[in-house]
Design a protein around this ligand. Structure first.
Ligand code: GLU
Length: 460
């Protein structure tokens, strides 16, 4: 069905004017917040046809409300370093939308963290979490604290200070943080310990991404990377293709990248390259994921150290150059805006067939358009990396029931969630006039779920 046909010129103008006016308002209200405006622009572009079919969303001011966070909490995090010097960082929690469940989303510790990045992540989480089909709202938090080069005790003291303030605003039915860049099970452990200490109880459901030995879910660590590969498998299946026999490159070497590589290899692909912020490694024999785990998960060294174990591998300075490696499938799993138009063009020239965004918004708007213009299959982050938060929601369920599912059970559920996400994106794209465009499909399918709940819950 072509929804654009059958609508009068006035109706179309009304929908276009609405989107335009709200975007201008958002721009004015959030000056200089580059990443946040980038994320809203992409959603707005996708949603025009929705307002043709659903004028009630205009009437209820959904776009104005969905782009304004419920609240943004900013706070000072003071802590003492190992030499007794007082350090101050800034902490954030953006509680964006809780129409379909408690605020849910990760915490990022990275020097680039600022209000724009927190807001873009929390905004995108709104749609991503809705796509999982689970009852989770959207939030994101973090700090400009740089864990690199900090001692174990410094990380602990900082994290305790951070959570002492944040504990006032979170809770199992209120807001459930998890990990993100710079925050893994170690940091979640410190947060959980400090939170329980402050509250004088044991509230298992307040964080996800906990150690599976004490309250975490099996499969959570692997979920984002595995989920990205499951999603890309679904995209490839549509064209009668699969990961088997493909050459893959994966940017990053953190949690998402490691498990995306592991699953891609399990699906029969060869991973030729991965990176960290310093540069990338190329291994013509295929990256050995166990070595990368050893380097990054356990000892926190540089990816360059891979060469000590694999003599055929080569290290290149500069992580961006990874996109020059010839491949069939590219999985950007490092960070936002890591893949720009020029990189997209190079990948296209080298014959890339599919892209799956494992990180949040790793491709710039221009890069996405370049891929789509050339018919490269494109799995947007909101859909392709939703596996992590989906298993987080499963961790919440297990905590509520006070039981633990097996790894196989979690993985089976994750596969099903990723398949469902693919199908709802695919269907939404087709029924709103952009068949095959999963960016549009993900934005519309996620939006509809949240918008319906917002209408049902009245104006606030
Ligand atoms: N930080 C992850 C994300 O971007 C996971 C969030 C969570 O598990 O709550 O979705």
């Amino acid at each position: 069905m072509d929804l654009l046909n059958g609508n009068s010129v006035e109706q179309r103008n009304r929908a276009n004017d609405y989107v335009h006016e709200v975007y201008e308002m958002v721009k004015k209200r959030n000056p200089g917040e580059k990443e946040f405006l980038q994320a809203t622009r992409e959603i707005f572009d996708s949603l025009r046809p929705v307002f043709l079919k659903h004028p009630e969303f205009i009437h209820n001011g959904i776009l104005e409300r969905i782009t304004e966070p419920d609240r943004v909490i900013t706070f000072r995090v003071a802590w003492e370093d190992d030499v007794g010097k007082v350090q101050v960082n800034r902490g954030f929690r953006v509680q964006f939308n809780n129409s379909i469940g408690p605020y849910k989303g990760g915490i990022r510790f990275h020097p680039t963290v600022n209000s724009s990045i927190m807001k873009f992540l929390a905004f995108e989480q709104t749609f991503k979490n809705a796509l999982t089909g689970q009852p989770i709202g959207a939030g994101k938090g973090g700090s400009d604290f740089n864990p690199k080069g900090k001692s174990e005790r410094e990380v602990m003291r900082f994290t305790q200070s951070f959570i002492t303030e944040l504990s006032k605003y979170i809770g199992p039915d209120m807001d459930v943080p998890a990990g993100d860049i710079g925050v893994g099970k170690r940091e979640i452990g410190y947060m959980f310990g400090q939170y329980n200490r402050l509250k004088g109880g044991y509230e298992a459901g307040v964080f996800t991404g906990k150690d599976p030995n004490h309250g975490g879910s099996l499969g959570r660590k692997e979920a984002t990377g595995y989920g990205t590969v499951y999603f890309v498998e679904e995209m490839l299946k549509q064209t009668g293709d699969s990961f088997a026999g493909k050459n893959v490159i994966v940017s990053g070497s953190g949690n998402v990248a490691i498990y995306a590589m592991e699953k891609a290899i399990e699906c029969g692909a060869t991973v030729l390259a991965c990176s960290d912020s310093g540069g990338y490694i190329y291994d013509p024999n295929g990256i050995n994921v166990e070595t990368v785990k050893q380097i990054k998960e356990f000892t926190n060294q540089r990816i360059q150290d891979y060469l000590k174990f694999h003599k055929n591998a080569v290290y290149y300075e500069g992580c961006r150059n990874i996109w020059s490696v010839v491949c069939d499938i590219a999985l950007p799993c490092a960070t936002q805006n890591e893949l720009v138009e020029e990189d997209a063009k190079l990948l296209i020239q080298n014959g890339v067939k599919a892209i799956g965004e494992g990180a949040n918004m790793p491709c710039t708007e221009e890069a996405v358009l370049a891929f789509q213009a050339k018919g490269v299959l494109f799995g947007p982050a909101k859909a392709a990396n939703a596996g992590g938060v989906a298993v987080s929601a499963m961790e919440m369920s297990q905590n509520s029931m006070r039981l633990s599912w097996s790894l196989e059970e979690v993985d089976e559920k994750l596969k099903q969630v990723m398949k469902n996400i693919f199908e709802s994106c695919h269907e939404a794209a087709a029924s709103y006039g952009s068949p095959g465009n999963l960016v549009v499909g993900a934005n519309i399918a996620g939006f509809l779920k949240v918008a319906d709940a917002m209408v049902a819950h009245g104006i606030h």
